[in-house]
Design a protein around this ligand. Structure first.
Ligand code: CP
Length: 328
């Protein structure tokens, strides 16, 4: 069991070993039990985390803000349009200044080909941990909550669990690829047999597929890719039908496109859920584009665990902060 985390950046789970992730999950379970019993968990008294948002958020912002309060510390919500970043202040200078004043810097920047680079620039200059609240490539806070939820529902041994990450039609905005990327990289490390399904043109980067296959080979999981959504639903134990943008093949940020409209039929329906294994879990990072991505009868139905999944964002975010900002 790994126990030394203080100061460690949380930018991608690819930089956390399975042993470290297991500690993170253990601490998440412990914090969740304490939360259920209303026990004090003030592991970070007088500690400040800065929360920098380039985009909107419900779950991430509130899990971090409520989380640090429950750990005895305090969060500063920073809308970057009200920071000197809006006048061109650099990632480096911002990271150095905030490092001098607090104990961690969390940031959400999902702009394609910019977000992860921005976090890396901050990490190079920061003397406190950088926590990724979602960038253009990774959403580790979501992936760890997804893993915790799967383990709660199906047991901590997830070997050979059939998990399908499936593209779905949505029109709200052109979404980052960071959720499916983080899932296909992480789940094979826990022995899961992952199916990635998407229409032509909605590929994840080649390096992601290569790395996911390496992870599968090393840890005993697998990854297959299909462009047939029914195939991905068939016999799956867990399904993640969710939209992502075709950033790899088309960098235009406009949400509406001919490619998108050609794939309106990629949707999680009651009929498609009948193809899954008995009692399969329906999961979604949220927010969901109801009607377009998924039928209400599925997301509000008995197989849906989306609210448990969202609650686990709190417990896992607290574990990340407790370990990287405190601990030893
Ligand atoms: N899943 C997720 O990150 O939700 P928010 O965008 O509301 O933070």
């Amino acid at each position: 069991m790994q126990t030394i985390f203080r100061g460690k950046h949380f930018i991608t789970l690819e930089e956390w070993s399975n042993e470290e992730i297991d500690t993170l999950l253990d601490v998440s379970y412990e914090l969740k039990r304490a939360f259920a019993m209303d026990l004090p968990t003030e592991y970070l008294p007088r500690k400040t985390v800065f929360l920098m948002f380039f985009e909107q958020s419900t779950r991430t912002r509130n899990s971090m803000e409520a989380g640090i309060t429950q750990l005895g510390g305090h969060a500063h919500f920073l809308d970057v349009s009200n920071m000197q970043i809006a006048h061109g202040e650099t990632a480096k200078d911002t990271a150095v200044i905030l490092s001098r004043m607090g104990h961690a810097i969390a940031c959400r920047n999902c702009f394609w080909k910019q977000g992860n680079r921005y976090l890396r620039e901050m990490a190079a200059a920061s003397t406190v941990p950088i926590i990724n609240m979602q960038d253009d490539l990774y959403h580790p806070l979501q992936a760890i909550a997804d893993l915790m939820t799967i383990q709660e529902k199906r047991g901590r041994n997830t070997r050979n669990l059939k998990v399908s990450v499936i593209w779905a039609y949505a029109t709200t905005h052109k979404k980052p690829i960071s959720v499916p990327v983080s899932q296909v990289l992480l789940f094979p490390r826990y022995g899961m047999d992952v199916t990635l399904a998407y229409p032509e043109g909605y590929d994840l980067p080649d390096w992601v597929i290569e790395k996911a296959r390496q992870n599968a080979a090393r840890y005993g999981g697998s990854l297959r890719i299909t462009h047939d959504q029914e195939e991905a639903y068939r016999d799956a134990d867990v399904v993640f039908p969710k939209n992502w943008g075709n950033w790899v093949t088309d960098e235009d940020p406009e949400v509406r496109s001919a490619a998108l409209e050609a794939n309106r039929h990629w949707k999680c329906t009651v009929e498609r859920m009948k193809l899954t294994a008995r009692d399969a879990l329906y999961m979604h990072a949220l927010p969901a584009d109801r009607v377009n991505e998924v039928e209400d009868a599925v997301i509000d139905g008995p197989q849906s665990v989306v609210y448990d999944e969202a609650e686990n964002r709190l417990h896992t975010a607290k574990a990340v902060m407790a370990l990287t900002m405190g601990g030893r």
